[in-house]
Every structure is written in C-alpha cells, then in structure tokens.
Write a new protein. Sequence first.
Length: 466
Amino acid sequence: MQMTIDGRLAATTAEFPIINPATGAVLAHAPNCSLEQLNSAVECAARAFTSWRDRPVEERRQLLRQCAARIRANQAELARMLTQEQGKPTVTANREVGGSAKWLEHTADLDIPRQLIALDAQRNAEVTRKPYGVVAGIVPWNYPLMSACWKIGPAVLAGNTIVIKPSPFTPLTTLRLGELLLDILPPGVLNIISGTDELAPRLSSHPGVRKVSFTGSTATGRKVFSAAAADIKGLTLELGGNDPALVLQDVDPIKAAARIYAAAFENAGQVCAAIKRVYVQRPVHDALVNELARLAQNAVVGDGLDPQVTIGPVSTRPQFERVLQLMQDAHQCGGRFVAGKPEAMKGPGYFIRPAIVTGLDHEARLVMEEQFGPVLPVLPFDEIDQAIAAANATPYGLSASVWSDNAAVARAIAPQIDAGTVWLNQHLSVLPSLPTAGVKQSGLGAENGPWGLENYLQIQTIAAAG
C-alpha cells in the first residue's frame, strides 16, 4: 500500500505496523510519511488549487460521481480490508463503504450559495462563496473511509484541494481509496498520506494549509484547535460525545430496547454519536434492562470476517484497555453487570462481550466519561426534569434521543437538551441531508448537507456603486 501525492503513488523508506484487532497480530505495514513528503503533498495541493478552483462546478460534480462509482465497483475489496484493520463485522463494513459512495453522490448535487442583494436604487452587492485553498482532513479509526469521504466530497466540490491523513491504527482502506481514485481527480486535488502520531500536528500546523477538518477525540481536538490558531486557519471539529437516551414510562420497553441496543452497540459502541448512557423512567426500568440484557447475551462476538458475528473487537489496544478500566471501575463502584463481565474474553484479539450495567450513580466514571466501547450504563429516574439535568451534566453535546409514545411530550423535551442532534424514538439515524454538529466540547462547525459544504467555503462580498 502506498500514499497518493500529486497524482502519483508515493513509497516511503519507513513503515509502521497495522494490527488486526481480531487477532492481535500484524496485518500489514503502512508507509510512514516523511517531513519532505508532507511538504510535497501540501505544495502539490497548493499548485493544483490554482486551476482546480476555476474548473466549472458541474465538472467537479461529475468527478465526484465517478469517485462514488469507483468505490461501489470495489466495495467487496474495501469492506474486507476495513474489517481486517478496524474489526467491524462485514455487514457493517459494507454499510460504511456503500455509505461513503452515497455521501459523495449526495454532496455532488449540492449548490454553492450565491446571493444578489439590492441595496438601493443605485447600489447592489453580490455575496459569493470561495474555497479556502489547501484543506487538511484528519480522519479517525472508527469509520476511516466514511469520515474521509465526509471531508473529500464538500472540500472538492467547493473548489479546494485536500490532504487526507487517516489514523495510524486504520490507514489501509483510506490509502487504497487514494490508489483507486488516482486516475479520476487531477493531480494534487486529492492527496492521502499516512504516518504515526507526530504527522497530524505537523499537518494541522503546516503554513500551507488554510483549513483543517478533524474528526476524533475532544482531547486531540484541543491540540488541533491550538495548532490551527497560529495561522487563523478555518476549522471544523467533530469530537466526542457522551450521548444520552431518555426513556419515558409510556414506551413499549421491548420495542424501545431493540432500537436502543442497536444504537448503543453499533461498531462495538465505537461511534461518536452512539448511545453512551440510558436514563429510564422507573416504571419501565426493569423491563427495559431485562430486554437489553437478553439482546446483549445473544450477541455473537468474534472476528468480523465471520458472517455470523454481530459484534467485532474493540479496534485498538489503548481503547481496549481503557474500556476494561472503565468496566472494572464500575464494578468497584457497585455496578451490577446484568449482561457481560468487567473482563476481556479469553484468547487473542481485543474482544469484550457487550455489557449492560445498572446500580451506578451519575458520578461514576462509566456514566460521566465517554466509554466508546461495548458497555452501556442504565440509570432510573422519577421526574423528567431530573433526567434532563443529568443528560446535560456533561461537557459534551453531540447527540441525544428522547423515547416516548407521546410525540408532543418528546418534542417539548428535545430543545431542553444540550446536543447538536436530538432524535425522537430513534438514535444514530445519520443522513447526508442533515447536519452533524456538536455543541460545548463536542465540536465546531458542521458536516453534511449544505451546512457542511458551507464549512469549506469563505464568504466574499462584492459591492458595486451605480
């Protein structure tokens, strides 16, 4: 696997190992980008920008559609590679690959805003949108291909050029994407480089980069924020969340449990907007917990290449150890594991059986911190005001959900929750036509739809006298 720089494959003298989380063994080695190659990628993107920004937008649309078609034509290969480096079951990997193509196609149809404003009888103004220039796209390990396409699509449509850096844990599928698209986009428009931890800060602070789009943890997001500040770069941050679900007593607990379980344990719980904690009104608490426990106990945990598997491994060794630490802390704090155990499964790989935990108070680490793994705390409440206050008692604000058979009640609760997205009787319904945005420490700006496209454009006002 090689990097893509200026429309050519770029080898490196140094490499680093990629671990298959299902086996704990080395799957492959990825190229470790040198400082000279980083500079070359940014410089080539800057050169390409001078002509790319002037290409007709219809041409850029068509090229994005061709990129989507190339992804679909290679879906089986990409999905298998994704499962091997990230761990998710094949069915989930196929959804990610297909979704990546779908997002590019949807983005290709978006309009770039342009407004004509009559100021008075003699004067008028035109408010246009211009691309930034070189964009740095820094991609996480949980959805590497999808996250890359969320950035590539709007950046390229807007007329920017882009340098994508995948996570050092999961670079292979994204590097392969660069190889597959090599003959579609003009040289320098899309560059994909890979490297170890020091590459991201070098890219985000590079003086040739005018915009940074980062998806990942809040802790790393702070570092990206700081690095971008020196040059006042444009910035989009999609960060962590501690996403609550509020379940009212009028719901069918069996029906709700199935949807809550799916939204909590998708990708082994490694989703920024997945349900991380559940607050349940006391009359339906036990029934909901019992059904969640039944679903967790019936999960098939194993290597994602096995078509019977429903939950794969935790994707990285550090995250595996962190999730176990949070589970053990919950056990020591009196948490009751009604499904799962605060321990790893025996054998190789980073496997943890899905766990449902009750008996914790709001101050427990498993409740207060983002676990990002296959363990879900469930807490009872009596009055809805208590649940709203608990849901908001966090520095995060990415997403939340309200579950009630009374639509008016659910809609009245939603605006009281500090979150960029509040779903009603559903969760994790992410669509290319709706913005993904966080409040508080869950991010800046938005991705997806026209709102995401706007984040890759700068406003320019051209005002004329009569």
